[in-house]
Design a protein around this ligand. Structure first.
Ligand code: HDE
Length: 750
């Protein structure tokens, strides 16, 4: 039947063409160019990168991005075609037997489109399913030849391309970013000698000592098997049951219950390779090493109430911030730190350096900052890059080697194994994001989705191809395992040097400020409060009595558990190598905060004083703080002086949990409007409750009388002069939160 010809089944009824048939259109379905056009320069603080699409700064190119260019498809000006290259004239209507007739199997365009769609999903990662990635580069500060022959750690002029993926552990791909969890931090260095993957977390230790326990641990933390609840959380029975029965988990649990479990952003958390690795220099000398990432923007965390609210208000909070920071030119930066231990000092510690549940106190072995990583480009395709990237702790380069850490050894097997099923076969190394930037040739062949076309001889030795590709004699750049002496019986047993579960959690506890300790108590109390079986709660609290009696007592009180005298007499562990407190373990113990990339909400309505607004914004921008004007309505803000300014969003749609601090500029009419707006008043109450700095200028001070804000404190900045107010406001922001307010914050009804 010919297209457009009426069939007999629809004879008499008048067909309203506009309702029932959609004609193919070529222009009007295309997005307007104006909307998707990238910015021409990095947006300054204040000019928020709210537009869709990603700005690619041409200066930020590197070898990996150039390699990816070969795989990018640019559809601009191109015809729509099938996967076989046939041009498509109608992408709106399937082929039918008559206008209202049945669809024809013959329609290869429909079949191809639907079939491909049916297979769009791949298995998500069994852990770390939720993630966000970015490209960037790493540059070493000075040659590290005395420790390692790794080529990418020698020349300070060389920028090694990297791809980083941050993740949560427990939740599925669509879960919220701000849940209480460990954050994964995987970095792929595309070095000229092959890919080096540093696959770490945001805590320096892990929950278990041996890989054989990993499936049990993960089963326990994942949603419960019968009802798949809860999502993205460890606050449930199976997790805490496991914890209470495996005291080696307690150290990492302490970190998870602390503010480290709810980072403010991916650019404000520390990263750790966790395991002890080896560095090998050109003379064959070995040093043990632990890898660290230190964020240049400082370390900061959310508050628990804020994190929970964010999970609803903006489940993409961390992902969005990473994206927007890069678009805005606030490139996240991290310094690579090394804790180096000469091979002969291996046994100089109270603990075993092969034990991944123990950290090496920084006051004992200092962290040397040896280079910097800058994340300066967003991916073009989430799926192609962030989802298909395959990290593996087994991907190392010459100059780096593994230790005998039994957790690390198990990981070496697991990652490739899981990727073979997740990415559909053994050739996932050929997916563009996973390819090394150096050439790679070998005799491996075939398999699902093989892309490279190999020549006539795929074995060796061969004479057909003159025995190419050939082995390279061991020298610089060629990997050869460190010739470590090994002896011992084949045995399934844990070393006695691994059996101390409480001294490190206690060191962590004692190193926290009072505020941080209270947060840890709050974390345990919240999570255990969700545990249904009372004996599990009791067993966890009993475990805590071996770490610190005050901690155990406080959590017990919140859970209505009475500790016995015997429990309160449990012996407490001593210091670790003589250290009972290490400042590096605290986030807030005197560490000053970096303001760059922080966000301040400016609440304003029509009639705001333009001069004040301009002074406040300029002062904040001078500190590289981003400002966003939120108003009761979106569109243009008409100032007292009659100028029209762009509004970044509504007050209702951009709650205070999204920003670090809030400021309300002068302007009678503006304040009159805000005082009638429940969202604006709630905004300030909630910001106060979350210990944020609040600035009220001029007329805005009337807000004090109108809403039940408790008495002023050092985080409530008031005054008439915009310049002085902004200066005080910035000073107060340097503490990240108004910690002194925390005791009364609970009284705020927000
Ligand atoms: Fe992983 N881990 N892990 N892990 N892990 C995976 O690999 C595993 C461990 C970490 O963004 C999986 O490709 C075992 C420690 C990160 O793609 C899987 C053991 C540390 C990521 C796997 C551990 C990590 C993963 C799931 C115990 C910190 C995300 C998907 C022996 C040092 C990487 C995948 C990304 C992912 C196994 C323990 C970090 C199943 C068996 C310790 C950051 O292979």
């Amino acid at each position: 039947m010919k297209k457009g010809k009426k069939t007999e089944s629809i004879p008499s009824r008048e067909i309203d063409k506009t309702m029932y048939s959609v004609e193919p259109h070529y222009e009007d379905t295309a997005p307007s160019k104006k909307l998707t056009k990238p910015l021409t320069s990095i947006s300054p603080p204040g000019a928020e990168p709210m537009m869709p699409g990603s700005f690619k700064n041409p200066k930020n190119n590197n070898d990996k991005l150039k390699q990816l260019d070969d795989f990018r498809s640019d559809p601009l000006g191109e015809s729509l075609r099938t996967n076989q290259g046939v041009k498509i004239s109608d992408n709106q209507n399937s082929l039918k037997a008559g206008l209202r007739g049945s669809t024809l199997l013959e329609d290869f365009i429909l079949r191809e489109k639907i079939t491909h769609f049916d297979h769009e999903r791949i298995p998500e990662r069994v852990v770390h399913a939720r993630g966000a990635g970015a490209h960037g580069y790493f540059q070493v500060y000075k040659p590290l030849a005395s420790y390692t022959k790794a080529e990418f750690l020698q020349d300070p002029h060389v920028r090694t391309p990297v791809f980083v993926r941050f993740s949560t552990v427990q939740g599925s791909r669509g879960s919220a970013d701000t849940v209480r969890d460990i954050r994964g931090w995987a970095t792929k260095f595309y070095t000229k000698e092959g890919n080096f993957d540093l696959v770490g977390n945001n805590t320096p230790i892990f929950f278990i000592q041996d890989a054989i326990k990993f499936p049990d641990f993960v089963h326990a933390v994942k949603p419960e098997p019968h009802n798949e609840i809860p999502q993205g959380q460890s606050a449930h029975d199976t997790f805490w049951d496991y914890i209470s029965l495996q005291p080696e988990t307690l150290h990492n649990v302490m970190w998870a219950m602390s503010d480290r479990g709810i980072p403010r952003s991916y650019s404000m958390m520390e990263g750790f390779g966790i395991h002890t690795y080896k560095l090998i220099n050109a003379e064959g000398r070995c040093h043990f090493v632990r890898f660290h990432w230190k964020p240049v923007y400082g370390v900061a965390s959310l508050l628990w109430d804020e994190a929970q609210l964010l999970a609803g208000r903006d489940p993409d909070f961390h992902r969005r911030e990473l994206w927007e920071s890069i678009e805005a030119g606030d490139y996240p930066e991290y310094e690579l730190g090394l804790q180096i231990i000469p091979e002969e000092d291996e046994d100089n510690f109270d603990f075993d350096i092969l034990d991944p549940t123990k950290l090496i106190p920084e006051s004992l072995v200092p962290v040397h900052l040896v280079g910097k990583m800058v994340l300066n480009r967003n991916p073009d395709s989430y799926f192609n890059e962030t989802e298909q990237v395959a990290f593996c702790p087994g991907n190392i380069v010459s100059g780096i080697d593994f230790s005998d850490d039994p957790l690390l050894q198990g990981r070496l097997f697991s990652y490739i194994d899981t990727q073979i099923s997740r990415l559909g076969g053994a050739n996932f190394h050929e997916i563009p994001i996973n390819r090394p930037v150096c050439p790679f040739h070998n005799h491996q062949r075939d398999g699902m989705h093989r892309i490279s076309i190999s020549g006539a001889a795929n074995y060796e030795p061969n004479s057909i191809n003159n025995n190419w590709p050939r082995e390279t004699p061991p020298a610089g750049g060629v990997f050869s395992s460190y010739p470590q002496l090994t002896t011992g019986e084949k045995i399934r047993k844990r070393s006695g040097t691994f059996i101390d579960y409480y001294s490190h959690p206690r060191l962590f506890w004692l190193s926290q400020t009072k505020v941080e300790q209270n947060h840890i108590i709050g974390g345990f109390s919240f999570e255990l409060g969700k545990v249904v079986r009372p004996w599990i709660r009791e067993r966890v609290v009993d475990q805590l009595t071996y770490i610190d009696h005050n901690l155990a007592q406080a959590v017990a009180e919140n859970l209505g558990i009475e500790l016995s005298h015997e429990q309160l007499r449990h012996p407490l562990p001593g210091p670790v190598n003589g250290i009972s407190k290490d400042r590096s373990l605290s986030i807030y113990d005197g560490h000053s905060q970096v303001l760059k990339s922080r966000r301040v909400a400016i609440l304003a309505a029509d009639g705001v004083c333009e001069k004040s607004l301009a002074i406040i914004m300029k002062s904040l921008h001078d500190q590289s703080i981003h400002t966003m004007i939120f108003s009761p309505h979106i569109g243009k803000l008409r100032t007292l002086q009659g100028t029209e300014l762009n509004i970044n969003g509504t007050i209702e749609g951009n709650p205070s949990v999204l920003v670090d601090a809030v400021i309300v500029p002068d302007g009678k009419q503006s304040i009159d409007t805000l005082l009638k707006d429940g969202n604006a008043k709630y905004y300030l109450l909630q910001a106060f409750k979350h210990l944020k700095v609040i600035g009220l200028q001029g007329e805005a001070q009337r807000i004090y009388d109108a809403i039940p804000l408790p008495a002023a404190d050092e985080g409530m900045i008031t005054g008439n002069a915009a310049l002085e107010l902004a200066a005080d406001f910035i000073e107060a922001m340097k503490l990240h939160r108004v910690w002194s307010r925390e005791m009364i914050a609970g009284q705020i009804p927000a």
